[in-house]
Design a protein around this ligand. Structure first.
Ligand code: SF4
Length: 451
């Protein structure tokens, strides 16, 4: 039986049970009861009918109280006020992301007229000779009037490649999250859309373009960047790619890393970072970074990476790539983000920290960031529809300080304390920061701001 069928059956059983035991519930009470029964049943690997005691709670408040305690056992035991997010549960089969062996082979390449003679367009023509090619006036015009891609369209994004002449969206402050301590990061967008399939990724809830977008005019980005930074006395900044796409996954095709390293290794006012889950560092190794540029890996324990970060390089290969980049003169950073809380997390994350320091000497590490699993509420439905049977949503995620679903503060603190202790034991002054975290958590940890 497919995972989708198993979860769809679970939902049907939960709906039938609520209908039979509580026939007078209105739409909202039914929705909450069904969802909680479903989530508990999945989390505990038991059928929905085994969740309720005998006799079952007789009123909605008693039922909801019972179900919330069972669904959020750690938070309930601590008396943590809960703001669960319990939207209607739907599991359409069309939205399921199947995971065939990875191959990026677009069937269609749409090239903006202004990018038609670019070297990227030529490289794509050579790499994908069988793809249909079409010249378009502009991406904006092409998309006007078309329906948003939706989940099923997002699942097929690897079939279409847009090559564009980007005009505006190169360089901006990291949007971070409301109410968080910002680290001052700037992001530059060298593409939009990622071919990896991390189950927690926000892009499926965000992207409306039915394909992968690559700008052909990186030289324009470098010119604009120089112009924007031309006034003397500008404060130093940290700048990186990797917000809307992996920094290096397609570097063999785009070759972006070569001009970027060449440009940023000369600048005293900028620390430039590539952020990746790949091991595609061939281009990085062809150019001397002069100790300036940072190559960073997002890292999770091997088992988490294998089961949640589909198509990305296994954790061991990411670490091996980090070791090679360090040997080639790059400063290295790691992002332990998103940390996922599950039985046995301490052992596996502890091992991951050890593996980081076995791969890269502590003094070669520019910084490590930490962040726990979080997502906009709407993404919860996207994840469960795309990855039925996923386990990342089994955690005690509820609406947090910024309106996103997060673990409660006491779990986040437990995770951060553990990791910070392990990391600082290896190098006391290693720059550490929390990504998208509240002032309250920073203060509680007494973590000095490193930048
Ligand atoms: S903390 Fe994270 S999300 Fe916030 S500004 Fe820094 S990098 Fe961006």
């Amino acid at each position: 039986m497919s995972l989708h069928q198993r979860e769809a059956d679970r939902l049907t059983f939960a709906e039938r049970l609520v209908g039979k035991l509580y026939p007078r519930f209105g739409v909202n009470k039914r929705r909450e009861a069904v969802r909680l029964l479903f989530e508990i049943s999945r989390r505990e690997s038991i059928p929905p009918e085994s969740v309720l005691p005998s006799p079952p709670p007789s009123s909605f408040p008693a039922l909801k109280d019972f179900l919330l305690r069972r669904r959020f056992p750690l938070g309930s035991a601590r008396g943590v006020p809960l703001r669960p997010y319990l939207p209607r549960l739907e599991l359409p089969e069309d939205d399921v992301r199947s995971l065939p062996p990875f191959e990026f082979s677009p069937k269609k390449i749409l090239v903006e007229a202004a990018a038609a003679s670019s070297s990227l367009a030529a490289a794509c023509r050579e790499r994908f000779p069988r793809a249909d090619r079409e010249e378009i006036a502009s991406l904006k015009q092409y998309l006007a009037g078309r329906p948003p891609a939706g989940a099923a369209g997002y699942n097929r994004r690897g079939e279409t490649l847009f090559i564009i002449a980007e005009q505006w969206d190169f360089f901006k402050p990291c949007p971070c999250t409301p109410g968080a301590v910002r680290c001052g990061y700037r992001v530059c967008n060298l593409g939009f859309g990622c071919l990896y399939e991390c189950e927690y990724c926000f892009l499926p809830g965000y992207v409306n373009t039915p394909g992968i977008i690559l700008p052909a005019n990186i030289d324009r980005f470098l010119d604009r960047f120089s112009a924007a930074r031309s006034r003397p006395g500008r404060r130093p900044l940290r700048l990186g790619t990797g917000e809307f796409t992996d920094s290096l996954h397609l570097d063999g095709l785009t070759g972006y890393s070569l001009p970027l390293v060449e440009f940023f290794r000369e600048r005293e006012d900028v620390t430039f970072e590539f952020k990746t889950k790949s091991d595609r560092i061939e281009n990085l190794l062809r150019i001397e970074p002069r100790g300036k540029v940072v190559a960073a890996w997002s890292i999770n324990p091997g088992r988490v990476a294998d089961s949640v970060e589909h198509y990305a390089a296994p954790a061991s290969r990411r670490l091996a790539a980090a070791a090679r980049a360090a040997a080639a003169g790059y400063r290295i950073a790691f992002h332990l983000d998103p940390v996922i809380f599950y039985p046995g997390w301490e052992k596996e994350y502890g091992e991951t920290v050890e593996q980081i320091f076995s791969a890269v000497a502590p003094e070669r590490i520019a910084w490590i960031s930490l962040g726990t699993l979080r997502c906009p509420p709407a993404l919860k439905k996207v994840i469960e529809r795309r990855f039925p049977g996923n386990s990342i949503l089994d955690g005690e995620l509820a609406v947090g300080f910024d309106g996103k679903l997060r673990y409660p503060e006491f779990i986040r603190l437990q995770i951060y304390r553990f990791l910070i202790d392990r990391i600082l034991a290896r190098r006391r002054d290693l720059p550490l920061y929390l990504c998208m975290e509240s002032r309250a958590i920073w203060d509680e940890l007494r973590l000095p701001f490193p930048f």
